[in-house]
Design a protein around this ligand. Structure first.
Ligand code: GLN
Length: 200
């Protein structure tokens, strides 16, 4: 049986991620409770607002079950706010903000600053696809430091942020600062599905 990809549906651009997996023919289910989480073999944490997502995950009793599943090896992918949720350490977090963690990185929230609050750029992600990706960044985080187990998948190529890390993988965990779900390009989702199937 094909694995079911859970979409953490507390807040954020859940529908856009769902549409990508529909296009790829994958099975998905919304995750809003620990019972929902128990039914899925992988989780996607969407873009949105990580402080709200953290508060809702705590209120709905999902934070600990998510941590336990991630620690147990469940594949997870986070875009933007989702990347923040998968980071072990944060800069510029709200004091009460918590993360699921799992990826040994320090992630800075809203890192690109006011002038380049939101921007789009062509990005090289050689592990994921040959042709460059049109990447959409919206009040995006960046990865400020990576642990030894983390594989850097992509860096911004253009100034003023050239060289900053915006895509990482550690084992079965994947995170991007940008939002492939807001484009037509399914290659990041397809790459994640491959990770899920390899794990299953
Ligand atoms: N700035 C948001 C946060 O800190 C993330 C923005 C996004 O997901 N587009 O959660």
């Amino acid at each position: 049986m094909d694995p079911v990809v859970g979409l953490l549906a507390l807040q954020g651009d859940v529908r856009e991620h769902a549409a990508m997996f529909v296009r790829l023919g994958a099975r998905t289910a919304l995750v809003r409770s620990p019972e929902d989480l128990a039914q899925v073999q992988a989780v996607v944490i969407p873009g949105g607002e990580s402080t709200t997502m953290s508060a809702l995950a705590l209120r709905w009793g999902l934070m600990e079950p998510l941590r336990a599943r991630v620690a147990d090896g469940m594949p997870a992918y986070g875009s933007c706010a989702g990347m923040i949720m998968l980071a072990d350490r944060l800069e510029d977090a709200r004091p009460d903000q918590q993360t699921v963690g799992g990826i040994d990185v320090t992630v800075r929230r809203n890192a690109f600053g006011r002038q380049v609050d939101s921007f789009e750029t062509e990005l090289e992600l050689p592990d994921v696809g040959e042709e460059p990706f049109h990447a959409v960044f919206i009040r995006a985080p960046w990865v400020e430091a990576v642990g030894p187990q983390v594989r850097v998948l992509g860096r911004v190529g253009a100034e003023p942020a050239a060289g900053t890390i915006v895509a990482v993988r550690q084992g079965s965990l994947l995170a991007t600062s940008f939002h492939p779900e807001l484009t037509d390009d399914t290659r990041v989702h397809s790459y994640f599905l491959q990770m899920v199937r390899e794990h299953a």
